[in-house]
Write a protein that binds this ligand. Structure first.
Ligand code: SF4
Length: 491
């Protein structure tokens, strides 16, 4: 059952009857299963099913990998109901958005979409829905704008909600269990890539960093059952996926909410690597994003011991100044961060290092910013995602004076971007001449391939005679480098 304060809602209960006179039977596994279990109701359902032929859905996703992962499960539910995916929103019967309230620019786009969709809905029969990371303030406004809105935990109930709009639906088997918040993880995702699989291992966050909306949009941390995670990796490995990314807002605090019943993060990483290595297949496991305060040395010991764990660490720094870190409520200091980098350089010196940095957090002085610049110089990141601070409603940061002028935030961002070009460029230049084993992501054009090293550095391979395919691992000699990517030739 949906709890009383559930955000699941249907705000426009206007029955929407799909009508397509030219259609014939179109039965999805959901409906076929129904005929097996309830044959007496088959005629009514068969009649309803006729109308689904050729119905399409359009789904747009904003935000991080976790939202992409959620979108893959939403797509799986819609396709199981019999809808086909379309990239052309003009021909879609169901229009959905996975929203991100973490950045104002993303949420503005969500509002922009629904204005256009509602104009269309005034003329045609379409259903709109919104899911994803949504702040309370936006949630209330969306209730008036979208037909349906649901949190990702409520995804198993989407077919029932669509049924009230005339979309035929018959439950194949109930997903309801003792823990509804984790049922959606049982839905097999429809991966958006042939090679990369996002594996959510946890949802929500307990940390309440001052600038971040995630604890308000996704709630407190809930860890997924370890067996379910490992089974999903096993199944996707069989299906041909070769890069697995364990996802969590605070990925390395995995298991703490189920203490005693689950292994901690390093153990989970080890078990996942074990599955891959014992399968005899080549594949890599990444994870994102860890919190420095929850990081332990054993994670890098597993990375060193296991060839299936990719040599890549994304460790958000956010600021190189202790006073700013404290105002951000990040609960670590620069010296703690330095200690973790020390473990990485000692145990897996070949690992690439990615980070996130925010410039212009409230009160960030020139001297405090300079400490971040110095930290960036010291840690020599391979990649840094630098963002200008903007307040999100309801967070601790939003109660502070946003006093760094926009032009100054912009300047600081460019200082760090220029520095990253230098440091990352130097590190990549040092890779020229090395042999790197890379995973082919796809074919850019005939004879031209995109690939990535185990450290997630993009590698461009141009070889008309190579005959490569997505999902292949190949050895390449790195022949050229730019700050953000490499070029290689097969060896
Ligand atoms: S650790 Fe901080 S930044 Fe990361 S999701 Fe949690 S609150 Fe947000």
């Amino acid at each position: 059952m949906v709890s009383a304060d559930s955000e699941l809602s249907k705000t426009r209960a206007v029955p929407l009857i799909f009508a397509n006179p030219a259609c014939v039977h179109h039965l999805s596994p959901v409906h076929l299963a129904y005929f097996e279990t309830a044959p007496e109701k088959a005629p009514a359902i068969r009649s309803a099913m006729r109308i689904l032929k050729g119905m399409k859905y359009f789904l747009v996703t904003y935000g991080c990998q976790m939202n992409q992962s959620d979108a893959e499960r939403i797509a799986a539910v819609l396709e199981e109901l019999g809808f086909e995916k379309t990239e052309n929103e003009a021909e879609a019967n169901i229009l959905g958005v996975v929203a991100c309230s973490v950045r104002q620019t993303s949420i503005n786009r969500v509002y922009g979409r629904i204005v256009a969709w509602n104009e269309r809905r005034d003329r045609e029969r379409v259903i709109t829905f919104v899911s994803g990371c949504i702040l309370d303030r936006d949630r209330k406004k969306f209730a008036k704008l979208y037909d349906l809105r649901f949190s990702i935990e409520e995804l198993p109930q989407l077919p029932g909600l669509l049924a009230t709009y005339g979309v035929p639906f018959v439950p194949r088997h109930s997903l309801a269990s003792d823990n509804e918040r984790t049922d959606y993880w049982k839905i097999a995702p429809l991966c958006g890539s042939e090679v990369q699989a996002w594996i959510p291992i946890q949802n929500g966050c307990n940390r309440f960093c001052a600038y971040c909306a995630v604890p308000y949009t996704r709630g407190r941390e809930v860890s997924r059952d370890a067996r379910e995670i490992l089974d999903e990796i096993s199944r996707l490995l069989e299906q041909g996926y070769r890069r697995f990314t364990l996802l969590g807002q605070n990925v390395n605090s995995y298991g703490r909410d189920r203490e005693g019943s689950l292994p901690v993060f390093a153990r989970l990483l080890d078990d996942a690597a074990d599955i891959i290595e014992k399968s005899g297949r080549e594949a890599l496991i990444h994870f994102t994003s860890p919190h420095p305060s929850d990081m332990s040395r054993d994670v890098f010991e597993v990375m060193r011991a296991r060839r299936a764990v990719a040599r890549q660490v994304h460790l958000p720094l956010q600021s190189g100044d202790d006073a700013v870190l404290s105002r951000m409520r990040r609960s670590y200091t620069l010296s703690r961060y330095r200690e973790i980098i020390g473990w990485i350089r000692e145990l897996v010196p070949e690992a690439s290092l990615f980070t996130d940095i925010i410039v212009g957090f409230p009160g960030e002085s020139e001297a405090e910013f300079e400490n971040t610049r110095l930290a960036m110089e010291e840690f020599q990141f391979d990649m840094a995602f630098v963002a200008m601070y903007s307040p999100r409603p309801g967070t601790a940061g939003s109660k502070m004076k946003d006093d760094v002028p926009q032009a100054e935030k912009n300047r600081r961002l460019h200082v760090l971007a220029d520095l990253l070009k230098e440091t990352a460029g130097r590190r990549k230049a040092g890779m020229v001449g090395r042999i790197e084993r890379v995973l082919v992501d796809g074919i850019v054009s005939p004879g031209v391939y995109s690939a990535r090293t185990g450290g997630l550095i993009p590698v461009h391979i141009a070889d008309p005679s190579a005959g490569l395919a997505a999902g292949m691992f190949v050895d390449t000699e790195i022949t050229a480098a730019s700050p953000m990517s490499l070029a290689g030739r097969l060896v």
